[in-house]
Design a protein around this ligand. Structure first.
Ligand SMILES: *Cc1c(COP(=O)(O)O)cnc(C)c1O
Length: 377
């Protein structure tokens, strides 16, 4: 049996181990230390923001931002419908009512027209959301300019969930440089990994320093333990920051490989097969975190499930020892959010029914992609 091809395994270069050894040698085996500071600095430079706060996960990063925005029971938050549950999960835990906004067909990210409609309705009802959470899906930036303009009109803060989009570009700016703040994830399957971790970035240094403080139990800067509010234990550990520093050095190569993988799939899977790929928005360059394809649907769609064609492709790939997955299931179709409102929803449903995520790990070679393509069509 050929070796298993995973969806998006971490790609280690050797620098990570060297940096961890350096962290050990420095004896900072703690959730603070020089590696965390260095990782934050280099990361902020990479994404073109003045500062960044390293935390335990992307989910933790969102929790800190939502807390900063003062979310509480009874508030409303608008969120991309086609996403991973983490985009809204932390707000849900604060008792917030989510309203989901569908994506558009051209970018698969939040439809600015639908957002505008939802905000107009909310303003009329005098119940504006506490925030809009827009997701850079599969590494494609949402339309920052348009989303920012709509949010500004209603004075609602925009949070960018760029967990999947490190290294992507929107016009002339890097991903995550929009709105009130953005978050990134360093989970094991993301563009770079710290085995688990996340980052808060913002053009507003106050947002970042408050996130950092809250990630360390909101301790006041005095000798004794003084707290004016209750925080979290969400700081990234010094050892994991060392892994992140090692990874970040290789970001350009990782991105180049991810983009090459996408191009190679496109080249190997004939368009005559009916298979198409995630579109690339004219305004930017995606990170290509995962290569996502749409399989033509032969069967009638059953709501809330991937098409039979997708399920059978996943089974066929699995039999060839290849890991693949459906797209994120839209939030409005999730049983836990069954009572929640959604603007649109049909586009995300269609993409979910027809979409498949193909192996996209940075180490993937041409032969691997050939193997996947051969099993797919
Ligand atoms: C991975 C991911 C997150 C959460 O990141 P974690 O580090 O796993 O907590 C949030 N949003 C999106 C869109 C993601 O893909």
């Amino acid at each position: 049996m050929a070796e298993r091809i995973f969806l998006s395994p971490p790609w280690m270069t050797g620098d990570e181990e060297r940096m961890v050894a350096e962290a050990f040698a420095s004896r900072y085996i703690a959730p603070c230390g020089p590696m965390v500071d260095r990782f934050e600095q280099v990361f902020a430079q990479t994404v073109g923001q003045p500062c960044a706060a390293a935390v335990a996960s992307g989910t933790a990063a969102l929790t800190l931002l939502f807390r900063d925005l003062g979310m509480k029971k009874g508030d409303i938050v608008f969120c991309s419908d086609l996403t991973f549950i983490s985009s809204i999960g932390p707000a849900w835990h604060m008792g917030v009512e989510p309203v989901f906004i569908d994506c558009d067909r051209e970018t698969w990210t939040m439809d600015p027209g639908l957002l505008e409609e939802a905000l107009r309705d909310a303003a009329r009802a005098n119940r504006l959301p506490k925030a809009v959470v827009a997701v850079d899906l599969y590494g494609q930036c949402c339309d920052y300019d348009r989303l920012e303009a709509v949010c500004a009109r209603y004075a609602v803060p925009l949070v960018i969930d760029a967990a999947e989009a490190l290294g992507a570009r929107y016009k002339e700016r890097p991903s995550g440089t929009a709105g009130y703040a953005a978050i990134f994830s360093f989970n094991g399957n993301k563009i770079i990994t710290t085995s688990g971790g996340g980052m808060v970035v913002s053009a507003d240094a106050g947002v970042v320093s408050r996130a950092r403080k809250r990630s360390q139990q909101s301790r006041e800067p005095v000798v004794w333990y003084e707290h004016e509010e209750v925080g979290f234990n969400y700081r990234m550990s010094n050892l994991l920051a060392a892994v992140g520093l090692g990874q970040l050095r290789h970001l350009p190569e990782i991105l180049e490989r991810k983009r090459k993988i996408f191009d190679t799939y496109r080249e190997m899977i004939p368009s005559g097969s009916g298979v198409s790929f995630m579109p690339c928005a004219a305004y930017g360059e995606p990170s290509r975190w995962l290569t996502v394809a749409l399989l033509p649907e032969a069967d009638a769609r059953e709501a809330g499930r991937p098409s039979e064609r997708v399920l059978s492709a996943i089974r066929t790939l699995d039999a060839a020892n290849i890991e693949s997955r459906p797209l994120w299931k839209p939030m409005h179709l999730q049983p836990v959010f069954s009572g929640c409102r959604c603007y649109g929803g049909g586009v995300g449903e269609e993409l979910f029914a027809a979409g498949i995520c193909l192996p996209s790990g940075a180490a993937l070679c041409r032969e691997d992609i050939e193997r996947v393509s051969a099993s797919l069509v």
